[in-house]
Ligand binder design. Structure first.
Ligand SMILES: [Zn+2]
Length: 390
């Protein structure tokens, strides 16, 4: 068995909301080019996805919404369902392009479910804001929700979803809010200061799924150390207790300090540390199964290609050392299209990704967020919110 699958086809670049829109597919193209130039993908076959069919899209979306998405390019701008806004402009072949994104994440899920691989990564996925009957936050169809629903149908009954995008993973949380089989954990910039305005620590799930939604809202300007401190204070204990059969992660990189749409202050080195931790947790607590998808990330040249190359490399166990120089063939290509781009010299931002553990007596706004989240959900998992060993 090949240990890991990489899902990619250049047809995924058709999910294109226009030159002036931040969700520019060039970020995917430049990532795949950088990963290739660094040799990360040597001898790794790329799996080419098929568009998801309507039957699978129904797992996460209403028939009326699917109809609206299909009709929108012909119907003009007034189709409702969140379509035709600045955030979610209607574009040619929108249904086909969004279905292919879902199909790519589904293909990764299928590879793992069928035992063909232990891990899979699709950087084109991660459209975590799409709701049952509306587009939201640049997302048309929710590939994460469709794939999780499909996995449930295959017999998985303990699925953990961890969302490290700077925005709350609201669409996925909403899809499984009352389902005790799915644990959703989202770390994000505080909803008081950022779209979509949800993801408070008090959002814990409903009915017999209380405690299955977990939210860690972080103050603006939180950097690597604070983010990783919060992650370690919340995520490993919950996964150790929940014991998922698979870990699904949304790996948006708009938490970076240079991202134009948000205000956290992580580095590429912090992102690399996150991926290595997710891999460790998948190996330790999720039977080795890890489905990783992309998400947000709007510093198109300097950040996304490096961070997601680290993601792909981590999934493949082809880890790239931080001090690795950017290959000239890649920087020359980028300068060919963006001559004034100031590109970093290496795969690092020069940070160390270090952090101090929660519970050491230190106390700041991140620690307050940690405390709120632990107190909201840890007792529902039989864990002590105030004991740092839990
Ligand atoms: Zn985002």
């Amino acid at each position: 068995m090949s240990p890991s699958a990489v899902v990619w086809d250049s047809a995924l670049l058709a999910y294109d909301m226009g030159d002036q829109h931040p969700f520019n597919p060039v970020r995917l193209h430049l990532t795949m080019r950088l990963a290739t130039a660094l040799g990360v993908l040597d001898d790794v076959p790329l799996l080419s996805p098929e568009p998801a069919g309507v039957k699978d899209l129904y797992r996460a979306h209403s028939a009326e919404y699917l109809e609206a998405v299909q009709q929108a390019p012909m119907a003009g701008w007034d189709v409702g369902h969140g379509l035709g806004s600045d955030d979610n402009p209607v574009f040619t072949d929108m249904h086909d392009a969004a279905s292919l994104v879902v199909g790519s994440t589904l293909l990764g899920a299928r590879c793992i479910s069928e035992g063909r691989t232990q891990r899979a990564v699709s950087i084109a996925g991660g459209h975590h804001h799409a709701m049952q009957d509306r587009a939201s936050g640049f997302c048309v169809y929710n590939d994460c929700s469709v794939a999780i629903s499909w996995l449930l149908e295959q017999g998985y009954d303990r699925i953990a979803y961890v969302d490290t995008d700077v925005h709350h993973g609201d669409g996925v949380q909403a899809a499984f809010l009352g389902d005790p089989r799915v644990l959703t954990i989202s770390l994000h910039q505080h909803p008081f200061t950022l779209f979509p305005g949800t993801g408070y620590s008090g959002e814990i799930g409903v009915e017999d799924a209380e405690g299955r939604a977990v939210n860690v809202p972080l103050p603006p300007n939180t950097g690597d150390a604070g983010w990783l401190r919060a992650f370690h204070a919340v995520v490993p204990s919950l996964l150790e207790t929940f014991r998922p059969q698979i870990l699904v992660t949304q790996c948006g990189v708009d938490s970076h300090g240079e991202d134009p749409l948000a205000d956290l202050s992580l580095t590429v080195d912090g992102h690399r540390t996150i991926y290595r931790e997710l891999r460790r947790l998948a190996d330790g607590y999720a039977e080795g199964r890890w489905l990783a998808v992309g998400g947000g990330g709007y510093q198109l040249l300097r950040v996304v290609p490096r961070s997601w190359t680290h993601l792909i490399a981590t999934v493949l166990d082809h880890d790239v050392a931080p001090d690795t120089p950017l290959p000239a063939e890649w920087t020359d290509m980028v300068r060919g299209v963006a001559p004034s781009a100031e590109l970093p010299p290496t795969m690092s931002d020069g940070a160390d990704g270090g952090f101090s553990a929660w519970g050491d007596g230190f106390d700041d706004a991140v620690d307050a967020a940690i405390r709120d989240t632990r107190r909201a959900v840890f007792p529902l998992h039989g864990l002590d919110p105030d004991d740092p060993r839990d």
